[in-house]
Design a protein around this ligand. Structure first.
Ligand code: HAM
Length: 436
């Protein structure tokens, strides 16, 4: 018996109806903010992630699905093994999508489009320990807004627009009780000063911390804040915070983001411990958390990445974006899958030999009127057809027997009210639609 791999799962109906409900709402919201879809490959060169996300992050150091991909084939003869040519390349299943989007921005010179507003919906892969709300294949709904500085990509107005979009989206999906945690992690020069201060503060205490933190204290001290080891937390609590190291421009930028958020009535909580687990962030960083999700309470995260394009060899392209964990978003929904799953408008019950043919014709006509039609089988007894129709939650059952075909009128029963009438063929669609 072969089962789905640990940390992966099948999404089945009716739950898939919830996913489609979410994605339809999300696409609507993106449309209103003039975002357009981008689809990047599911695997990329490993170097993209190690450079963009950072070698010392948990994602790159521990969680990526990476393999050596041998070069292309050169002819496969009968019985002969493939002859491999070209360099072996290290490839990785994408653990996140920002790096891929920025790579595509550079590769296709998307700066010609000015400010790019791009969104994506798709699977990501991280080899984390599976638990509720945490999977090895999970889905993100994300967006990136980036462009040359002259396109206004650096403006705090863009940060506020992204955050307001997120508040609108969660409200629209009926998700209440979210908290927006907000911080600024400064620019490159603030970070250098801050790293120095962190290194100093960690020097006398690092030996008491976990092995990861001891290493991070030297190589990338900011990553100490990603530590989940309970014994290390009192030490981390006492470390200096980035908020004390912001230069004037970063301070002002962050203050302007907050001013706009206040003006549009999006509530937020300042959290100067929030540094996000990926290295590319600068300035505004944020997470939305939700109480009902348990330990994995971050429903989404994001922030600014003003230097990412340059670090991948591109031109200056300040940007800001986010990714929602779609698995977690669906967990936070109040709707039940049954409430959003579409049910048939009509179940067609052919009755007796030769009636499958007549039923198929009727189904074709009704489906052309945009109706959801389920088709029975002439071998089924009427009782069985009724049972299936009510199990499916069909609104109507339409009976197709020899007499009905001859008369050109069909018995239509409303399965909710119990009313049954005979309806001429030409009026069937109208009758069913009227009571939909
Ligand atoms: P992230 O915080 O690593 O950011 O992931 C964003 C969201 O993806 C998390 O808040 C969580 O909801 C979901 N997520 C992450 N890992 C898992 C998992 N193993 N199982 C289920 N859900 C998960 C990023 O990925 C950035 N690329 C976001 C971004 C876009 N920043 C700027 N632009």
């Amino acid at each position: 018996m072969i089962r789905a791999v640990r940390g992966t799962r099948d999404l089945l109906p009716p739950e898939t109806a919830l996913w489609n409900f979410v994605e339809a709402a999300v696409r609507d919201v993106f449309r209103a903010y003039n975002f357009h879809e981008i689809r990047t490959p599911i695997f990329e060169e490993t170097a993209l992630f190690s450079r963009a996300v950072g070698e010392e992050t948990d994602v790159v150091a521990k969680e990526m699905y990476t393999w050596e991909d041998r070069g292309g084939h050169k002819g496969i003869g009968a019985g002969a093994a493939a002859i491999l040519t070209g360099e072996a390349k290290s490839l990785t299943l994408r653990p996140e999508n920002t790096a891929g989007v920025v790579r595509a921005y550079i590769e296709h010179k998307l700066w010609d489009r000015g400010l790019n507003k791009l969104y994506y919906i798709g699977p990501q892969f991280r080899r984390e320990r599976p638990q509720k709300g945490r999977y090895r294949q999970f889905y993100q709904i994300g967006a990136e807004m980036l462009g040359p500085p002259a396109s206004g990509s650096e403006s705090p107005a863009r940060d506020a627009e992204i955050l307001e979009l997120l508040a609108t989206l969660l409200d629209r999906l009926g998700i209440e009780n979210w908290t927006l945690q907000l911080n600024s992690i400064g620019c490159a020069s603030d970070r250098a000063n801050y790293n120095e201060a962190l290194r100093k503060a960690l020097e006398p205490v690092a030996a008491k911390m976990c092995a990861d933190c001891q290493r991070r204290a030297v190589t990338n001290p900011l990553r100490v804040f990603d530590c989940k080891v309970p014994e290390d937390q009192p030490i981390i609590e006492k470390l200096p915070r980035i908020s004390q190291f912001l230069d004037e421009a970063c301070h002002k930028h962050f203050a302007q983001v907050q001013e706009i958020l206040t003006a549009v009535a999006v509530p937020f909580t300042l959290n100067d411990r929030l540094v996000r687990g990926l290295d590319y962030y600068t300035r505004t960083a944020f997470e939305f958390t939700h109480g009902a999700l348990g330990a994995q309470n971050a429903i989404l995260g994001g922030g600014r990445y003003d230097g990412l394009s340059e670090s991948l060899g591109g031109p200056s392209a300040p940007g800001i974006g986010f990714a929602i964990g779609e698995d977690r978003l669906v967990l936070a929904l109040k709707q039940s899958a049954d409430a959003v799953e579409a049910r048939p408008d009509v179940y067609i019950a052919p009755l007796g030999d030769g009636m499958d043919r007549e039923a198929a014709r009727l189904a074709r006509e009704l489906r052309r009127h945009d109706m959801i039609v389920e088709l029975g089988d002439e071998k089924f007894r009427l009782k069985k057809s009724f049972e299936i129709a009510s199990k499916l939650g069909a609104r109507f059952i339409l009976i197709v027997g020899e007499n009905e075909v001859k008369a050109g009128a069909f018995a239509v029963k409303n399965l909710e009210s119990g009313e049954q009438v005979s309806v001429p063929r030409a009026e069937l669609a109208q009758k069913i639609q009227a009571e939909r």
